[in-house]
Design a protein around this ligand. Structure first.
Ligand code: AMP
Ligand code: ZN
Length: 145
C-alpha cells in the first residue's frame, strides 16, 4: 500500500511525482491500487462519510478513540504529511479547514478538539495515505501515548 522503496502500482492515468531535496521521493498519484483510503475515496470500500469537498473526504474512523473520531483525507493519494505539504495549491490548508468544518458539524468546535497527523512508523501511522484525525467529544489528555 505504501509507495516507498518501489515502483507504485498506479491505476489512474495521471501520475505526478513530487520530489524532496533529500531522501526517498514522496509520491502524489490520483489513485493507488491496494491503498485502503484510495479505495474508500473511490467508493470501493464503504465508509460513513460526514463531509466532502471537491478535493477531500471526511469519514468516521472504524475504531473510534473518542465520541467524535473522523478522518479527513485528500481524494488524491499522498503518502504522508510532508508529501501533502509539498503538494501546494492550498490542499493542506483545505484539509485543515475541512477538519474544522467537521468539528463544527459534530458540535465540538466550541468545546475543543484535536487534529492529529500520525506520520511515519514512530508517529504511529498505519495507513500510507495521509489523513487528519479529528478527535473530540471528551477531554483530551497530554502527553499522548
Ligand atoms: P493511523 O494509524 O494514524 O495511520 O490511522 C489510521 C486510522 O484508520 C486508524 O485510526 C484506523 O482505525 C482507521 N481505519 C482503518 N481502516 C478503516 C476503515 N475501513 N474505515 C475507517 N477507518 C479506518
Ligand atoms: Zn491512497
Amino acid at each position: 500500500m505504501h509507495q516507498r522503496g518501489g515502483a507504485p502500482r498506479v491505476r489512474s492515468s495521471a501520475t505526478i511525482y513530487v520530489g524532496r531535496r533529500a531522501g526517498p521521493p514522496h509520491v502524489k498519484i490520483g489513485c493507488v491500487a491496494d491503498c485502503l483510503f484510495c479505495r474508500i475515496a473511490a467508493g470501493e470500500v464503504p465508509a460513513t462519510r460526514v463531509l466532502e469537498s471537491s478535493r477531500t473526504i471526511a469519514f468516521r474512523d472504524i475504531n473510534p478513540q473518542a465520541p467524535v473520531h473522523v478522518l479527513v483525507i485528500p481524494r488524491a493519494h499522498y503518502d504522508d504529511l510532508p508529501a501533502l505539504a509539498a503538494a501546494g495549491d492550498g490542499l493542506l490548508a483545505e484539509v485543515a479547514a475541512q477538519a474544522h468544518l467537521v468539528a463544527s458539524q459534530e458540535g465540538i468546535a466550541d468545546s475543543g478538539y484535536r487534529v492529529v497527523f500520525n506520520t511515519g512508523a514512530n508517529g504511529g501511522q498505519t495507513v500510507g495515505h495521509v489523513h487528519a484525525h479529528v478527535i473530540g467529544g471528551r477531554q483530551m489528555t497530554w502527553p499522548p501515548g
